[in-house]
Write a protein that binds this ligand. Structure first.
Ligand code: AMP
Length: 210
């Protein structure tokens, strides 16, 4: 099962990808998570990526393509994988197509107004990465590990608008890219998490009999 998840920032790709990765035992590869871990470790790559990420822009294609190429070589990817947040440009999608075949692109569709609300209220545990929303979670610390809850630097209101702009300009064209290859499925991402998950699993079962 070689999958990519598409959708605007805050569509719920990360949450859904985690569920699918656990259910079907395929690695969940989030380029955003890899880049954040490079920043945390203070590597050269992290330093280079940070300024783009904090501004809500994209890290240069060649950097991200390099990260993904080496990740795909690892043993756990040989029986399938799920990309979350990659590809984000046509150039990245073409580079991926040179290395492997994508069997399904799941597009989680959410309108811009809902995205602004979701991202501006999103809080993330600094320790374990669990995510919460201020509308539904009133605590000050993570309910699973007790870690501090913070707002991601790129979830500041001005940065959110820039991320959406970048999404429409550079990432949305991937819907047609994968549509043209006959592997696109659309899912209504405005529904609650469990409904979206059930819908994605239904599409996977139809395609893979999984
Ligand atoms: P995410 O966690 O997927 O929302 O990614 C957070 C940030 O990491 C993005 O706003 C980009 O700055 C950077 N990033 C993640 N994935 C990519 C990618 N495939 N191409 C370029 N930049 C990326």
């Amino acid at each position: 099962m070689n999958l990519v998840f598409l959708g605007p920032p805050g569509a719920g790709k990360g949450t859904q990808a985690l569920g699918v990765s656990e259910k079907y035992s395929i690695p969940h590869i989030s380029t955003g998570d890899i880049l954040r871990s490079e920043i945390k470790r203070g590597t050269k790559l992290g330093l280079e990526a940070k300024s783009y990420m904090d501004a809500g822009g994209l890290v240069p294609d060649e950097v991200v393509i390099g990260i993904v190429a080496s990740r795909l070589q690892e043993a756990d990817c040989q029986k399938g994988f799920l990309f979350d947040g990659f590809p984000r440009t046509i150039r990245q999608a073409e580079a991926l197509a040179e290395k492997t075949t994508i069997e399904m692109a799941v597009n989680i569709d959410v309108p811009d107004e809902a995205i602004v609300n979701r991202l501006s209220g999103r809080r993330v545990c600094k320790a374990c990465g669990a995510t919460y929303h201020v509308d539904t979670f009133k605590g000050d610390v993570c309910s699973s590990c007790g870690g501090e809850l913070i707002r991601r630097a790129d979830d500041e209101p001005e940065t959110i608008l820039n991320r959406l702009h970048v999404y429409h300009e550079q990432t949305q064209p991937l819907i047609d890219f994968y549509g043209g290859r006959g592997v696109l499925v659309n899912v209504d991402g405005t529904k609650d998490i469990d409904t979206v998950f059930a819908e994605i699993c239904r599409k996977l079962e139809e395609a893979f009999g999984a």
